[in-house]
Ligand binder design. Sequence first.
Ligand SMILES: CC(=O)N[C@H]1[C@@H](OP(=O)(O)OP(=O)(O)OC[C@H]2O[C@@H](n3ccc(=O)[nH]c3=O)[C@H](O)[C@@H]2O)O[C@H](CO)[C@@H](O)[C@@H]1O
Ligand SMILES: C=C(OP(=O)(O)O)C(=O)O
Length: 422
Amino acid sequence: MDRIRIRGGKPLSGSIPIGGAKNATLPLMAAGLLSDGPLVLENAPDLADIATMRALLVQHGMKVEHDKAQRRLVLSGAADNLEAPYDLVRKMRASVLVMGPLLARFGEARVSLPGGCAIGTRPVDLHIKGLEQMGAVFDLEGGYMHAKAPATGAGHFLRGAKIIFPQVSVGATENLLMAAALAEGTTELVNAAREPEIGDLAMCLMRMGARIEGIGTDRLVIEGVKQLGAATHPIIPDRIEAGTYACAAAITGGTLLLEGARMVDLGAVVRTMRECGVDVAEETEGLRITRKGGLRGADVMTEPFPGFATDMQAQFMALMCVAEGASMITETIFENRFMHVPELTRMGARIKYHGQSAIVRGVPKLSGAPVMATDLRASVSLVLAGLAAQGETIVNRVYHLDRGYEAIERKLSAVGAAIERV
Ligand SMILES: CC(=O)N[C@H]1[C@@H](OP(=O)(O)OP(=O)(O)OC[C@H]2O[C@@H](n3ccc(=O)[nH]c3=O)[C@H](O)[C@@H]2O)O[C@H](CO)[C@@H](O)[C@@H]1O
Ligand SMILES: C=C(OP(=O)(O)O)C(=O)O
């Protein structure tokens, strides 16, 4: 199995191109189920999760072409198999996003329950409750959610509803937004998630002919239409990939231009990095991250957007391991997202955690070690620690990284890191 070998201690310098956002592309691909297309997605990243979503849609009966050279995905055709099998759903939880589109367009879906994952239990009750409010009836059998929605007689299956989320959920907002686009009448999503990926999905649905108001706010109002059509949509840049490479510049005391990255998507992360003594400047081509002086510790609490992203928590913790003073990191989104702590500790970090909070006491140097992690962002936090550590770090289980970071070793070695896949 592939591993990543890093010899740390080199300040990075140069430019890194930021790809299209994984977490925008996955729901956008699911939206392809809502019409015969073609839906053309530009700036598509080449990631394991994209291949998984492609396999899922293909087994549903759709045609999905991924032109990697042109960074383009073209989705067309109509689903003729309404089942999302366990083998694919367990690989990637975002598979559950086919539920809303399948129900809205065909009145039926059978989707495996995803189960828990390394970072938490991650139930899908909010997705189910919302779709039930829109008229779907759910049955649980053999680990599958089997949902049916009777035809309304007006060319729709689902009916618009006012859905008040008791808790902010990115996936539930996306699933219901897609379902509402083809439902009869008006749907109101209250306490909706406001992540940039949701705005991107809404923009794409509008290009396909959907009627949506309130984009960028926590109240989305969708006027259902009978049919959606073809569209071409450019995927937004990956703010988490950008934030991760910003940490790479900061932890090595270097300077990187993150081509295509946008300040507007990274607000809380940028504010915190500045608090730590890192310079962040918006330039025409992207964001420039520079660290000249020492790193100072800072406290963060993860929150739904526009708060500090949970998907940046592990990377920021790696940075705080070598910052001056103590930093308190509180994870409020997922109940088990400190799996990187024991591995960072093996590299010499001083971290203690209890429940939702961790205290990191900065040390002058980390030391390289063989490490492994159980999820995507935890794995990349070990790469970051390895870039700053003395000696050699081997990161095992690279398949986690390949879910969300395209060519990470090539992007980092091009800016001066001693990193290779072995
Ligand atoms: C593919 C994708 O875009 N993944 C992102 C998405 O995941 P995902 O959409 O799964 O995350 P959610 O926003 O839904 O989860 C937020 C919280 O709500 C809980 N919850 C969620 C749904 C539900 O029905 N019931 C429930 O209790 C979850 O367990 C979690 O504690 O948003 C997360 C939070 O920003 C990110 O970390 C993930 O990278
Ligand atoms: C948690 C993540 O993804 P997923 O929701 O697909 O597990 C992530 O991108 O960090």
